[in-house]
Design a protein around this ligand. Structure first.
Ligand SMILES: [Zn+2]
Length: 410
């Protein structure tokens, strides 16, 4: 495999071309539908709102294209440009108090998140701001970055120590053990996320509106749902985008409404959206998605275990320091840049789950309330109503608005 560097470059360029092509198609689909609100939305969404959504989506696509080019340059800088080798050599000199392998990974993470900071800043304070969605102050933005980094280190450092210890002491079967650790770790994270991690960034309060609460209790009992309850999150301190989600595992599971969504929707629409979230729970979507991702992780780790001891793998990507940390970094870069062919499969599964949740909502709430709630959410979040079909296949975790509504009306 002495020509792996050429294969690697070929894969990266193929990935770049495919992503560029998808962005181009999406841009075209939105531009071509700019002058007219598509039915059945023309009754509830004005031309002005429709064009705002189009401009918003087109702006985001332009930023994504620049970001894409930047990320490819970064991959080259870290590999052929000698970035990883540089980190490995520098960290070898200052390995106290962390082991040098852990430090290599942490340094890479820090460098790449600092380099992506300008994009995050631009998206928040230029794009979101321009379209009236941003509620974040610079102080909050910086605070979020610091908190995020702290949480990442607190969770990441012990995990990295454990993984490197397993890799160093278990011989060729390390990948099975590391997989086991990752599975347990993910489950643990899912249990502690709603109660310990999410509150670091947001305030969660039990729903106070008594009339709405009674309607919600009613629906929960009807669907046989037991949980820690229904919470309202202060999403409005960062953005006026509204959302609702279902999180947690076992006793920690809860339903979370953004305060912004509660303002956008009336009570009946909220009940219908809640019924949709309960549908995800009833169909065990979190569990199913986890099983799939654990399966993929196991296959991935097995492939890693075959590559990580191959000298050509390191040398062809210009890394001289051959150890488990540089190996994992190279594999991480390789997987994240070429996993696009797998995206349609996971998006397909996710869209199928959305239909199942919608169908559950149809049985347990009023479908017209869900439809009008969805239209409000599309309008207020300025989501495009006219995406490109191939773009949807790759990137959309939810079916496009028109298909979702057609399914509900069926
Ligand atoms: Zn859903």
């Amino acid at each position: 495999m002495e020509h792996f560097n050429l294969i690697f470059m070929g894969l990266i360029f193929a990935d770049l071309i495919l992503k560029r092509y998808l962005n181009y198609r999406q841009t075209l689909a939105i531009s071509n539908n700019y002058s007219k609100v598509p039915p059945p939305f023309d009754k509830n969404i004005s031309l002005q709102e429709h064009q705002k959504a189009a401009n918003y989506s087109l702006t985001k696509l332009r930023v994504a294209s620049v970001e894409l080019t930047f990320s490819i340059l970064l991959v080259f800088a870290f590999t052929f440009g000698g970035g990883i080798e540089f980190i490995a050599q520098k960290t070898a000199l200052i390995s106290y108090p962390l082991s040098s392998e852990v430090l290599i990974i942490i340094s890479y993470m820090l460098v790449s998140s600092i380099l992506s900071l300008p994009f995050e800043w631009y998206k928040t304070f230029k794009v979101e701001q321009k379209f009236g969605f941003n509620k974040m102050t610079l102080g909050l933005f910086i605070g979020d970055q610091i908190k995020g980094m702290m949480v990442g280190l607190a969770i990441g450092i012990p995990l990295l120590y454990l993984v490197f210890w397993l890799m160093g002491s278990l011989g060729n079967t390390w990948w099975i053990w590391v997989w086991g650790v990752l599975v347990v770790f993910n489950l643990l994270l899912l249990v502690i996320y709603p109660t310990l991690i999410a509150p670091i960034f947001n305030k969660f309060t039990p729903l106070e509106d008594l009339e709405l609460k009674a309607k919600i209790e009613n629906l929960l009992t009807k669907c046989g749902f037991k949980s820690q309850g229904v919470f309202v999150m202060d999403g409005s301190k960062r953005s006026s985008h509204g959302n609702a989600y279902f999180t947690g595992l076992g006793n920690s599971k809860r339903i979370v409404f953004f305060d912004t969504l509660l303002k956008q929707l009336n009570h009946d629409e909220i009940i219908a959206v809640l019924a949709h979230e309960l549908g995800h729970f009833k169909h065990k979507h979190i569990v199913k998605q986890m099983i799939v991702s654990f399966g993929i992780t196991l296959i991935g780790l097995f492939i890693f275990s075959l590559l990580i001891n191959q000298e050509w793998f390191y040398h062809s990507l210009r890394v001289e320091t051959m150890n488990n940390a540089t190996g994992l970094l190279l594999l991480f870069i390789l997987t994240s840049t070429i996993s696009l062919p797998l995206a349609p499969l996971s998006s397909l599964m996710s869209r199928k789950n959305e239909y199942e949740a919608d169908n559950f909502a149809k049985e347990n709430a009023n479908k017209n309330d869900l439809i009008s709630g969805l239209v409000s959410m599309y309008r207020d979040n300025a989501s495009t109503l006219t995406p490109d079909s191939l773009y949807v296949k790759f990137y959309y975790s939810h079916p496009p608005a028109a298909l979702r509504i057609a399914n509900l009306e069926k």
